[in-house]
Design a protein around this ligand. Sequence first.
Ligand SMILES: [Zn+2]
Length: 232
Amino acid sequence: MDLYNSLYSECHRDANSPVKYRIPKPQEAVAAQAPDSFHSILIKKNDKWQNLNSKHNIIFAHFFIIKLKMKIGNNSVVTLNYSLNAGLPDQPMQHIETTDPQSPFRFLSGVGGLIPGFENNLMGLQKGDKFEFKLAPADAYGESETNMIIPMPIEVFKHEGVIDMEILRVGNMVPMRDNEGNALNGRITAFTDQVVTMDFNHPLAGQSLHFAGEIVEVRDATPEEVAHKHIH
Ligand SMILES: [Zn+2]
């Protein structure tokens, strides 16, 4: 945002005017080389604070630039804490995970890295905002696809002719590879002495999700972060 810079140069242009005013130095006003973190300028006029909505208004005795909160939009770097509960529709939800406030969840918005329903519900929020929303399966990890539940020959689980019973357990997530060598996780849902049934759907497929949490920090992504589609 160039508002601060245009304001600043405007002030210099007015430097010979009879009006007395104080211009905060950029270092004072713009902390940590992040001018984009400022999105509102308040002006004190006749002892009343008001928003500066035009740089041509600069005839006042004092003005301040205050650090206000960025809102989550596209290409925001967001830090937040959340608690996630999930369950099949019409069934009680179960607690899945809660972030550790010591290492909160961070993501870059607008690059498609997360389920869309999650980002959509956070748009426009800012630091300190609390959130709570529920996502239907279609807005979360999708429905559970039956063609992703695949019977595998028990031989796959044999190592030198022996089945590892530590691995072969119902509910275990097992890293596998498809024909093309792509890694994917499958969950063992059943097995016999011949066949192991594995579910390659996302563990939360078919489930409604309930998120509740709080925004810890929002900042604009740097151009490099946007180009790389990840946080630096
Ligand atoms: Zn990078």
